[in-house]
Unconditional design. Sequence first.
Length: 281
Amino acid sequence: MITAKSQVSDVPGPIGIFDSGYGGLTILKGIRELMPEYDYLYLGDNARTPYGTRSFQVVYEYTLECVQKLFQMGCHLVILACNTASAKALRTIQQRDLPEIDPNRRVLGIIRPTAEIVGEVTKTRHIGILATPGTIRSLSYPLEIKKLYPDIEVKGEACPIWVPLVETGEFNSDGADFFIKQHVENLLAKDSQIDTIVLGCTHYPLLIEKIRKFVPDNIRIIEQGKYVASSLQAYLGRHDIADRCTRGGTCRYLTTESAETFHQTASIFLNEKITAQTVTL
Ligand code: DGL
């Protein structure tokens, strides 16, 4: 259900950061390192994670509900810190829903800023994407990359089990190695000239130590956090939405699941103690 403009406030508020679960924390971290002065409100839809194996319609509906929640909680700008949501929901929300909810609010994704960087990094012009089945099936990465760099060859590999490994806290287990090796090798077997691998899912930086074990040293691995952060900084510099984002240096966390579990797990990922609040959508 679309929130009417009258239900959202015009008072400036925090920047909303949304993910299906914990993965968006890797993006939040990059953004806060670069721009600690802003206020942030993180929402993880842990009750309904993972999104990566769900249909377009379901990912769109879930994402829209979460964006509306962040608007209702005072955000004027929301970042979909989730590739799956960026791939499957961003365009419809921007083009169809925002004009109705409030044309002055903004929702941004993270695929475009990532696509922009690969052309500057690859030398062989062959790159690989590791992502959820939803992101791979959507073809969002090859499409965005080809728009900017038509000469780049893009191969993708869907890794359906990687998000559950993170969300269940099994990402450091010996069993995780099997699934990580399998998908890295599958990707590299698709194109021997790949010199750059994009972690096209915000959960994957949490697996980076294990991923590195199976990726040859001459291949560069791109984590999105810092690129999304610098792209957002440039965006805020160009647009007056920055005036509607408050600068108090705070960060609050919301989850659709148990707050207790969220703050325990998120504290490990962020290396700092945090508290979370459960919200209903
Ligand atoms: N972290 C999300 C992404 O970047 C996906 C996680 C999920 O499958 O829910 O794609």
